[in-house]
Design a protein around this ligand. Structure first.
Ligand code: SPV
Ligand code: MG
Length: 433
């Protein structure tokens, strides 16, 4: 019998899906592939219901002969296993990132001798569908749904990629940027609220001067318009007595992790290294801080990640590894190892050595100065989270400065205009409810 195939990555069935399935039944036996969790996360948003539930809602439409799990956003495996005669999809995939999926389907249809096998039907996007879409996004943004997702992503992604954000707008860039590279779709998994960039955005130095109330304000701005998990750069974590309260607040807000660094006294940014005076905390005090934070938690979702500054402060690999063991022993849910060398050698060595003693505790790295190593190479070394900690701020600042210079030099806006994004495009980023 003729087979018609459709891939679904939805958590809710609406009239648009029903129309598509009705149409599919006209062509033959209907097979639906429900996109797996990890494939969904790689190109769309995090599912709000389980894979089993997503399969169940498709079966309940009564219009489908068979449901399978599609493990990749591209259709090669589907063609090899199911041999569909037709693929049906809404015409919304003709533009934007989904274009490469459409191209992949067309290539597969040609490869399997079905050049007329593509059925595209007008995509349904009315007020009701928009409302359902918004509701799913709002659910993902709720603290109880957002908080645990970092832990989940660590198991679902080869490496979790976090982008620095310090405002609603930068949050939207992290949330919505999707690219196709070499025929695959990719996007950021999480957001990093950097102390350096949050301070810089306020024109202040990165010395814990921007206090927790202000950092919370930034988190709130970001949370208001995004759904992805948030990792907060918690500086030194401050006094143990304060850290307890702050952990409780962050957990309640739906932040997924806080990373605290083992420094004490006046904190300076790590990229200054030993050029400025910086004091590393004692293992004893820092482990007490980790323990106090862990005791304050009310869920097992929130992560307290301990950041080791031994390589930054030229204290050596042995010191870094000794601290890593002590911090994990104290309850740290992850280890961040930092370096300001251009070569990633010491980071890779740390990861390799740490993995010999600990196979599972997540490792976080921040490839700012060792920027030529790729995410794949870091993942192979044993890293689980890669944070792009300041690149958005460093690209925005020179762009804004050159605009200011051009306006002053030319006494008008004409000369710079071709470099500027039309406001309409910026507005498109912003959701209206
Ligand atoms: C930050 O982004 O504020 C960090 C990472 O702490 S670094 O600037 O590299 O120290
Ligand atoms: Mg910082």
């Amino acid at each position: 019998m003729t087979k018609v195939y459709a891939c679904f990555c939805t958590d809710v069935i609406h009239e648009g899906h029903m129309n598509l399935l009705q149409e599919a039944t006209r062509y033959g036996q209907v097979i639906v592939g429900v996109l797996s969790d990890s494939a969904t996360v790689s190109y769309d948003r995090f599912p709000t219901v389980s894979l089993e539930e997503r399969i169940r809602i498709i079966e309940e439409t009564g219009l489908v002969d068979q449901v399978i799990v599609q493990k990749d956003v591209l259709y090669d495996d589907v063609f090899d296993s199911i041999h569909p005669d037709f693929v049906i999809h809404g015409d919304n995939w003709k533009q934007g990132p989904m274009e490469i999926i459409r191209k992949n389907v067309i290539e597969n249809l040609l490869r399997t001798g079905k050049p007329d096998g593509l059925i595209e039907i007008p995509y349904t996007y009315n007020e009701n569908v928009k409302k359902i879409d918004n509701r799913m996004r709002e659910k993902l943004a709720m603290p109880e749904f957002r908080r645990g997702r970092l832990r989940q992503l660590i198991h679902m992604r080869p490496v979790v990629k976090a982008l620095e954000v310090h405002s609603g707008l930068t949050g939207l860039i992290a949330e919505k940027t999707v690219v196709d590279v070499d025929g695959r779709l990719d996007q950021f998994d999480a957001m990093w609220i950097s102390s350096l960039c949050d301070s810089t955005a306020k024109g202040k130095p990165d010395i814990e001067l921007v206090d927790m109330s202000s950092r919370i304000r930034t988190i709130d701005d970001v949370m208001d318009v995004t759904t992805k998990p948030i990792i907060l750069d918690g500086d030194t974590g401050g006094l143990i007595e304060h850290f307890r309260y702050n952990v409780r607040t962050l957990e309640r807000m739906g932040v997924s992790a806080v990373i605290i660094e083992d420094k004490t006294g006046l904190k300076k940014n790590s990229l200054f290294g030993t050029e400025v005076e910086q004091t590393q905390d004692s293992i004893e005090n820092f482990t007490a801080k980790i323990k106090a934070g862990k005791e304050a938690l009310r869920t097992d979702e929130f992560m307290i990640i301990a950041r080791i500054e031994s390589l930054i402060l030229d204290r050596g690999m042995d010191d870094a590894l000794k601290r890593a063991s002590a911090y994990v022993e104290a309850g740290a849910d992850g280890i961040m190892i930092h370096s300001r060398k251009e070569s990633a050698d010491e980071i890779v060595l740390f990861c390799n050595e740490f993995r010999k003693m600990d196979r599972y505790t997540p490792i976080v790295v921040v490839p700012t100065s060792f920027h030529s190593i790729t995410e794949d190479e870091l993942a192979k070394a044993g890293a689980n989270i890669v944070i792009y900690a300041n690149q958005l701020t460093r690209s925005a600042f020179p762009a804004m400065q050159s605009t200011a210079i051009s306006l002053l030099k030319n006494h008008r806006a004409l000369e710079i205009d071709s470099q500027l994004m039309p406001f309409k495009e910026i507005i498109n980023l912003i959701d209206e409810f």
